[in-house]
Ligand binder design. Structure first.
Ligand code: ZN
Length: 93
């Protein structure tokens, strides 16, 4: 699917609709000793979750693509997700 590079969307800092530039979102490295990471390990990665044997979860084939939207007025960055699953997405001018 083709998607425009620049979109008009709500900016929480300017409190109105402004032009935003999109760039692909890249997940940062998780801190190994943060509370959230330790909780996640405790919850999911130890034992078999109440089952006798480990059952591998079924993964979905496609993902929702996420972007970073940068406001052209205040240069703030917001997380922006297209709420649809699709195989391929292209940013066009
Ligand atoms: Zn703004």
């Amino acid at each position: 699917m083709e998607f425009p590079k620049e979109i008009m969307t709500y900016c929480p800092t300017c409190k109105k609709h402004e032009k935003h530039k999109l760039k692909p979102f890249k997940q940062g490295k998780a801190r190994t000793l943060s509370l959230g990471t330790r909780k996640n390990i405790r919850k999911h990665k130890q034992g078999f979750g109440g089952r006798a044997k480990f059952i591998k979860p079924v993964n979905k084939r496609t993902k929702k693509t996420s972007f970073v939207a940068i406001c052209e007025k205040c240069k703030k960055q917001h997380y922006f997700v297209i709420p649809k699953r699709m195989k391929k997405i292209e940013l066009t001018a």
